[in-house]
Design a protein around this ligand. Structure first.
Ligand SMILES: CC(C)(COP(=O)(O)OP(=O)(O)OC[C@H]1O[C@@H](n2cnc3c(N)ncnc32)[C@H](O)[C@@H]1OP(=O)(O)O)[C@@H](O)C(=O)NCCC(=O)NCCS
Length: 180
């Protein structure tokens, strides 16, 4: 019998959920530092800010036989004023990009869970290099701007494309294309 080789480093399923466990919070912080400080050099050593105190952190965790062990993606959401929600600090670990739809799944839980909490608008400052990804996911550009010395698009999600997801703590299971 021939068995397909399994890629040792990529998990076939990921749970996308609100970060509730200390290891999930630590994993999200570590991934943000790796991406926004070390890789992109947008911040020196620590990308934390005042929004972290009020934001909901969302994580994508690898899910092997129901056991979660590693944070491989993250984003955070917060309500800046009644009905107006923002997403920020979207990051997927390098080895998992463009393979598992993790960025798409994180954006989906971010917007849909804010929708369930009463969002009437959902905005984000999107790095210009990623604007196409967001356009494909039903976001439109409101303005082009510069942030942290980098070109950005201020973009708004079409909430009608993001039905509310009430249980962000459970979130949902995202399968990689190969495993789906
Ligand atoms: C941006 C980022 C979160 C996307 O995550 P990801 O897991 O690779 O995204 P997905 O796999 O869900 O991508 C979905 C689709 O968009 C495409 N895509 C991904 N990034 C893209 C980009 N920058 N421009 C155009 N298309 C893109 C993918 O190829 C895929 O297309 P397909 O379905 O036809 O194969 C990830 O590249 C990342 O962490 N980058 C560094 C951090 C960063 O830039 N964060 C700021 C975000 S504003």
């Amino acid at each position: 019998m021939m068995l397909e080789p399994v890629h040792p480093s990529l998990s076939a399923a990921h749970r996308v959920k609100f970060a509730t466990e200390p290891w999930e919070m630590r994993g999200a912080e570590g991934l943000r530092r790796a991406v926004f400080c070390d890789e992109q050099g947008l911040f020196a050593g620590d990308d934390g800010d005042a929004i972290d105190a009020v934001a909901i952190a969302i994580v994508a965790v690898s899910d092997t036989c129901g056991q979660s062990d590693e944070v491989v993606g993250t984003v955070r959401i917060h309500e800046a004023e009644p009905g107006l929600w923002w997403g920020s600090r979207l990051a997927v670990a390098k080895a998992y990009r463009r393979q598992a739809g993790l960025g798409t799944s994180l954006i989906r839980l971010a917007v849909s869970s804010a929708h369930a909490r009463g969002a009437t608008r959902f905005l984000a400052h999107v790095q210009s290099r990623n604007a196409l990804l967001f356009q494909r996911l039903h976001w439109r550009t409101l303005a082009q701007t510069s942030l942290h010395g980098q070109p950005h698009h201020l973009m708004e999600a079409d909430l009608s494309c993001y039905p509310p997801i009430a249980n962000g703590v459970a979130g949902f299971l995202a399968l990689t294309r190969a495993a789906a």
